[in-house]
Design a protein. Structure first.
Length: 142
């Protein structure tokens, strides 16, 4: 058995269709695969090859969509757990929540001005101000 490098080097002995292997060749640009040649065979260089492939991937897509929904649900759950664990800062509270908390404390007095009522107050610097309700005035006496 000999080694052939080019198509022109192939020598075939015997009748066409015979099974005697005459040699092998390295086909150019084929990734190093060897082609075994039998009597009556020739090497034909590869030309452009077009392949049309129809594949049904609907089951795979359905599975991926279900996986995506489960992953999104897991992310939402983790976000809610992280939010619940996070300590709130003062800026996380509304003004009403802060005012309600201060009004409940000892050392703080609250004056409530009802709607459509106007009251006058004199500030420490001697200036007079009028305040129309509804309003809540908190006085910290601590």
């Amino acid at each position: 058995m000999g080694i052939f490098d080019r198509e022109s080097d192939v020598i075939v002995n015997g009748a066409p269709g015979g099974t005697r292997i005459m040699g092998h060749t390295d086909v150019p640009d084929n990734g190093g695969y060897l082609a075994q040649l039998h009597a009556g065979e020739r090497i034909t260089p590869a030309r452009d090859l077009t392949v049309k492939l129809n594949v049904d991937v609907s089951d795979a897509l359905t599975g991926l969509k279900a996986l995506r929904r489960e992953a999104d649900a897991a992310v939402r759950s983790l976000n809610s757990v992280n939010e619940a664990k996070r300590e709130r800062t003062l800026s996380d509270y509304t003004t009403r929540e802060l005012t309600d908390e201060l009004a409940r404390r000892t050392g703080v007095r609250e004056i409530v001005i009802p709607p459509h009522k106007v009251v006058g107050i004199t500030l420490a610097d001697g200036t007079d101000r009028s305040i129309a309700g509804p309003a809540r005035i908190l006085i910290n006496v601590d």
